[in-house]
Design a protein around this ligand. Structure first.
Ligand code: ADP
Length: 232
């Protein structure tokens, strides 16, 4: 089963004419089946780390491995296989406003090479997130909590072994956060790896999972069964 490993990974961006580390010399391994919270203030590098893990952006230094394979070296069908390994929910909503939920999810399915059984996978994914009746709706007809669930369904369409979630619970009320956390817990208990950037400290403290803390692109703490703010 897939394991993600980053070895001495750095990612740099240009800011005001100067190079700036979004992530610096970062080493981490996430085993299949883990539930990992990424925490840290805004700009700490959480999104960058998730994008590197999922192969959405390449590292400037170091290597990202998925199942001991260097993601940077994967092209063509291998690349597609990596894409199917990950279900990704980004901070920015990826649902297309002019398409129904069904079309949005079918597009996500075809983006990872699913043709036959795509509709069945869409129905199944919406069922998992408890939204079986929204296939004909448009994103604007849903509440923000429902939208986040549909985005999670979009990520689940290819039944990926790993979910990379960036601020999935941002701007949600307690009931919605709790429902989503419950759902993620359930998916994790069935074997799905979850790596989730979050500010939802209360829920991190209740769930007591692995807590990885970033500061200025560096690893400050990595604690099993941790709480928000734990560094050892
Ligand atoms: P977080 O998710 O913890 O808020 P990010 O990974 O988004 O942090 O950002 C880390 C740093 O990298 C920040 O200083 C941010 O401005 C910078 N950064 C991230 N993405 C880009 C980009 N595409 N272009 C320029 N700078 C970026």
């Amino acid at each position: 089963m897939p394991e993600i490993r980053l070895e001495n990974v750095s990612k740099l961006y240009k800011e005001d004419g100067k190079m700036h580390y979004a992530l610096r010399d970062f080493t981490i391994t996430v085993e299949q089946g883990e539930f990992v919270f990424l925490i840290g203030s805004s700009g700490a590098g959480k999104s960058t780390l998730l994008k590197l893990m999922g192969g959405e952006i390449p590292p400037d230094r170091g290597t990202v491995y998925v199942n001991n394979l260097n993601v940077a070296r994967m092209v063509g069908p291998w690349r597609a296989r990596v894409a199917r390994t990950f279900g990704i929910v980004n901070q920015e909503c990826l649902l297309i406003r002019k398409r129904t939920i069904r079309d949005n999810l079918l597009l996500a399915a075809s983006a990872v090479g699913m043709r036959r059984k795509a509709q069945k996978a869409v129905t199944k994914a919406l069922g998992i997130v408890g939204m079986p009746d929204v296939e004909d709706c448009y994103p604007a007809e849903l509440s923000i909590g429902e939208c986040r669930r549909v985005e999670l369904a979009r990520a689940l369409v290819s039944s990926p072994p790993i979910l990379l979630l960036d601020e999935l619970t941002a701007n949600l009320d307690d009931d919605n956060i709790w429902d989503l956390m419950h759902l993620l817990n359930e998916l994790n208990s069935k074997g799905t790896t979850i790596v989730m950037a979050t500010h939802a400290s209360r829920y991190v403290n209740i769930m007591r999972r692995r807590v990885v803390t970033l500061v200025d692109g560096k690893l400050l703490g990595d604690v099993r069964k941790g709480k928000y703010g734990d560094i050892v």
